[in-house]
Design a protein around this ligand. Sequence first.
Ligand SMILES: [Zn+2]
Ligand SMILES: [Zn+2]
Length: 138
Amino acid sequence: MPLAKCPRCNQMFNKKGAPVCPKCEPDEDADYETLRKTMEGHPDLIPTQIAELTGVTLDCILRLVAEGRIATLPDQQAKAVCGRCGAPAISLSKRLCESCLQKLNSEVAKAQASIKLGKKKKLQIGSGMYIRKWSENE
Ligand SMILES: [Zn+2]
Ligand SMILES: [Zn+2]
C-alpha cells in the first residue's frame, strides 16, 4: 500500500483506492453528492463555474473527474439536448433523445410508406389515362 498525502487535509495515509484519507472520505463523498446534484440541474456548467456555485474546491472537482466519478463534457456536447423535448440528447449530431429518436424513426417509416402509396396512385392514374388515349386513337 503506497503512502500518499491526502489532498484534503495534507496528512499522510495508506492509499488503498480512494484518493483521500479515510477521515476525509465522507467529506469527499458529500462534495461529490453536491456536485452531482448541481450538475444535474446545470449540465452546461464548466468546472470553475460549478466550483463557484457549490463552494466545492476546483481541486476536488478535478480530482473526482480524474477518478471518473464525474464526467466532464466538452461545452458543446453538454448543450446537446433533444430538439423535441429538451431531454439530454444521445449525441450532438443527432440532437434527439432516445425516446424521440424512436418516435422519429417510426414517423419516418410511416412517411415513407405514404410516399410510396402516393406514387403508386399517381402511376395508376397515369397508366389509366394512357390506355384511354390509346383506345381513342384506335
Ligand atoms: Zn484527509
Ligand atoms: Zn426527446
